[in-house]
Design a protein around this ligand. Structure first.
Ligand SMILES: [Zn+2]
Length: 304
């Protein structure tokens, strides 16, 4: 009998209860401790966030409305694909685990690029939104519960670790899931000086500089492959916007407004500027600032 969810053997996880047996769609219950994988439709459900009343759900709902139109989501995907073009010796079907995959905006793009992607998130509503646009397995659980039997080729956190108290711990767990020579890709909001109430609304604990992300890579004993600022041209606009909304308390309606795409003309203009940035980056330009930091790092292979 086939399980109602998909969790192919290549993404088999260790039993979260006894950590002794491998569980996947062909072996959904643990012969040692009796733990059985639950599911919500196609999603493997280990444990979901205790509250649906937090930012992510609101954010996920709002993102769902704008995902095809807001330049930031579209261009972040292009920037991420460019970042992953630095992965050496990658081949079609290599496994990628996206932690904090939410609505699957990035995951669907990675699948388009030929990665075999597993999405993990602790918010069920985001994963439900992802269902129609992604093909790969989805696991609803806190990330530390997700341990793979066979280490994977790549892992990624796209605007996730800034929400976590222990960013280092999350990355460390992810790096443990990587095979030697595997890659970690990260995007985070940049510059503490851009900190505003907007960050609080989004549930951010901090923003990062290139140096801080590099420091995290070093503490994890990873080789930094590339690190750069992104959304260079939006930086002055965001800086101004953050100044203007500072100190105000925003209602739910107001905060949704900030998720919506800007006026179509502005949206198209900003998208074009991001495309120019991407072209410049491809010929060696390193933006001196931006609203995001993007990094790619590699786990050392044996004998290196
Ligand atoms: Zn077990």
């Amino acid at each position: 009998m086939t399980a109602p969810f998909n969790l192919p053997p290549a993404f088999a996880i260790q039993c979260p209860q006894c950590e002794d047996q491998a569980l996947d769609e062909q072996h959904p219950s643990c012969p040692d401790c009796g733990f059985g994988l639950q599911n919500e439709g196609r999603i493997v459900l280990l444990e979901h966030a205790p509250s649906e009343e937090d930012y992510s759900v609101d954010g996920a709902g709002a993102q769902e409305e704008v995902r095809h139109s807001h330049f930031w989501f579209t261009m972040r995907n292009h920037f991420i694909i460019d970042l992953l073009s630095k992965v050496q010796n990658g081949k079609r079907g290599d496994r990628f685990v996206e932690f904090g995959s939410s609505n699957g905006l990035v995951m669907s793009k990675l699948e388009e690029q030929g990665w075999s992607v597993l999405g993990n998130d602790m918010h069920l509503s985001g994963l439900c939104n992802a269902l129609p646009i992604v093909a790969g397995p989805l696991i609803c659980a806190p990330l530390e519960k997700v341990r793979f039997v066979d280490p994977v080729e790549a892992v990624g956190f796209f605007d996730v670790i800034e929400h976590l108290d222990d960013d280092y711990g999350a990355l460390e767990h992810a790096v443990e899931q990587l095979k030697p020579g595997g890659y970690l890709a990260v995007t985070v909001p940049a510059f503490q000086e851009l900190w505003s109430q907007f960050d609080l609304i989004l549930g951010h604990k901090r923003r990062y500089s290139i140096e801080q992300l590099d420091e995290l890579f070093k503490r994890l004993s990873l080789q930094t492959v590339t690190l750069r600022y992104a959304f260079f041209f939006s930086y002055p606009i965001v800086r101004l916007q953050r100044k203007l909304i500072k100190g105000d308390s925003l209602s739910l309606e107001q905060r949704r407004k900030y998720y919506r795409p800007p006026h179509p003309v502005i949206n198209t203009l900003l998208e074009s500027l991001c495309r120019i940035e991407l072209m410049l980056v491809k010929i060696g330009f390193r933006p001196p600032f931006g609203t995001s930091v993007m990094g790619l790092a590699r786990k050392e292979a044996a004998g290196e």
